[in-house]
Design a protein around this ligand. Structure first.
Ligand code: BG6
Length: 534
């Protein structure tokens, strides 16, 4: 956690940006509201939600009358929950400068209910607590429910909220609003996602449902739209005439950590592709929206997902590679294999790596492959999108073998060292004409002094304001599952082509992933630099 007194409060920068734009909803706190977090004793609440709320509180972006109720099975009282959350703030890398007065006021607004997610007792206690808080606040009952539980509880919790009249269906008209944020994964496949959508729509209107994907709250991901649509020089070349292919990489050095139970069921395709990677793809590939608001952006992104060429299960090995890490070395240390991790079956066939080639069949992107890859225990923590342009038609500067230069590419770095770089050929200084590859770089850290908002700050605030632009809509979630369903069907019925494990921890994944691009005469942009410790 930053202790420097000069560290600027995160949302000051955003408020300033809003003013410069002539007014943004983020300039002001939202309506007074109560946030109820289901699964409040879990990791997400400690590591992300509470530090994000604290940061918003430091920046005066939380409403003046705002309370948080934690709801979870682990037995705690208000006091012990508050102590645990204060510790979470103090030890968080993501929390702003520790301000005792702000922290103490924030911590005092926290409450806790010990209950299971299925029984009536917890919801009765919740109803009483909400009424007590809302009465004391004297405002309309605005309620934001956050489902941070294991996914198998989502449907039940929403049903119970309905049964106990804790949510009002529909958009409010002065009598208070109710909104529900639902964490990923939303469903386990297409059928379960459709069923979950149907079930929760019996209790809530779509406009009240905020399906969260934290990648969409990242500054650098939001900046993709700014880069594309706020600059005249970019958009004219952002198409099949100039772009050869696109690479999207979300590589992690971490293994499965303490999430084996979840990950064994999910695997990399469900964990990273159905949501984060397809969202990055649709943000890179979407047509310009009419405006930066609710349905316009989401419509254009859904168009991209609907334009993805359906995957043919007969020729799966031509477009997708699955992998699982074995033992290896990362950052000078020894890492065990996936099958040796706590809670993982020693014969597990869960994939911890996927590389996938997709094509988007529309006027802008026909014949431009999108290569996506993600995996655990890879060489470095790197999340980036590389747009590789076509080669020049003729290179008449090649006077020596060293003058072979790569085609231009633009790299959007989401992590680490957030920024954008343009790679191009330049003349090597000297009397003769020789070329070298150089890089023009924009780095967030140096360009902007203000600290950036974390993804969860942005998304929590948007949900409080009722802005769904950065959340997933029902049709988009289902379309994303539909894109991947053929792969899931084949994989669940057959063993991997290459025996698992098929890549060493600390490598860039299985050899077949390299082969996937080599077949097309291309290669992954492997960033050899180790990422800073997280
Ligand atoms: C989560 C996945 O959604 O994203 C994790 O469940 C993964 O498995 C994480 O580690 C990666 O997020 P980030 O922001 O660190 O790239």
């Amino acid at each position: 956690m930053t202790t420097s007194e000069s560290a600027p409060a995160v949302v000051d920068a955003r408020a300033a940006a809003g003013t410069a734009q002539g007014g943004s909803i983020l300039e002001r706190p939202s309506d007074p509201c109560t946030l109820v977090i289901f699964g409040a004793s879990g990791d997400l609440t400690h590591r992300k939600l509470i530090p994000a709320l604290y940061n918003l509180s430091c920046a005066h972006m939380l409403p003046e009358r705002c309370a948080v109720i934690g709801f979870a099975v682990s037995p705690m009282e208000d006091r012990t929950f508050r102590e645990a959350m204060e510790e979470a703030i103090r030890s968080s890398d993501e929390a702003d400068t520790y301000d005792e007065a702000v922290c103490s006021a924030f911590i005092n607004s926290l409450h806790y209910i010990t209950a299971d997610f299925e029984g009536a007792a917890g919801y009765e206690a919740l109803s009483a607590k909400l009424e007590e808080i809302e009465k004391a606040h004297g405002d309309a009952p605005n309620r934001l429910f956050y489902l941070a539980t294991p996914p198998s509880f989502y449907g039940d919790i929403v049903a119970r909220l309905g049964e106990h009249n804790l949510v009002q269906k529909g958009i409010s008209s002065g009598n208070g609003w109710t909104r529900v944020i639902i964490e990923k994964p939303f469903g386990h496949d297409l059928a379960t996602a459709e069923k979950l959508n149907q079930d929760i729509h019996t209790v809530l209107d779509e406009e009240q449902i905020y399906r969260i994907d934290h990648y969409l709250g990242k500054e650098t991901v939001q900046n993709i739209l700014a880069f594309r649509f706020a600059n005249t020089v970019i958009e004219p070349i952002w198409n099949r005439q100039y772009i050869d292919h696109v690479q999207i990489t979300a590589a992690e050095t971490l293994g499965v950590e303490h999430r084996a139970a979840y990950y064994e069921e999910a695997g990399c395709l469900r964990d990273m592709f159905q949501n984060h990677l397809l969202q990055l793809l649709s943000t890179v590939a979407m047509e310009p929206p009419v405006r930066y608001a609710g349905s316009s952006v989401r419509d254009r992104k859904a168009d991209v997902l609907r334009s993805i060429v359906p995957i043919n299960p007969e020729s799966l090995t031509d477009i997708v590679v699955r992998g699982q890490y074995g033992p290896g070395n990362i950052d000078g240390g020894v890492a065990s294999g996936y099958r040796q991790e706590d809670g993982v079956s020693p014969t597990s066939y869960t994939e911890t790596f996927v590389a996938l080639k997709l094509c988007v069949d529309n006027w802008r992107w026909a014949d431009v492959p999108f290569y996506l890859r993600s995996g655990k225990r890879l060489r470095s923590k790197t999340t980036e999108i590389a747009i590789q342009f076509k080669r020049v038609p003729s290179l008449f500067f090649q006077f020596s073998p060293e003058d072979v230069i790569e085609p231009n590419h633009i790299v959007i770095r989401i992590y680490p060292d957030e920024g954008i770089s343009l790679h191009f050929g330049a003349k090597l200084p000297g009397p003769t004409m020789h070329l070298r590859q150089v890089e023009m770089n924009f780095s967030y850290a140096t360009a902007f002094k203000a600290q950036r908002a974390t993804a969860y700050e942005t998304l929590l605030l948007d949900a409080m304001h009722g802005d769904p632009t950065l959340f997933n809509r029902d049709d988009a979630v289902e379309t994303a599952w539909a894109v991947l369903q053929p792969i899931m069907d084949v994989w669940s019925a057959s063993r991997p082509f290459q025996p698992f494990p098929n890549y060493a921890a600390g490598s860039w994944g299985p050899e077949q992933s390299e082969e996937l691009l080599r077949r097309d005469g291309r290669a992954w942009r492997n960033n050899p630099a180790p990422a800073p410790a997280r």
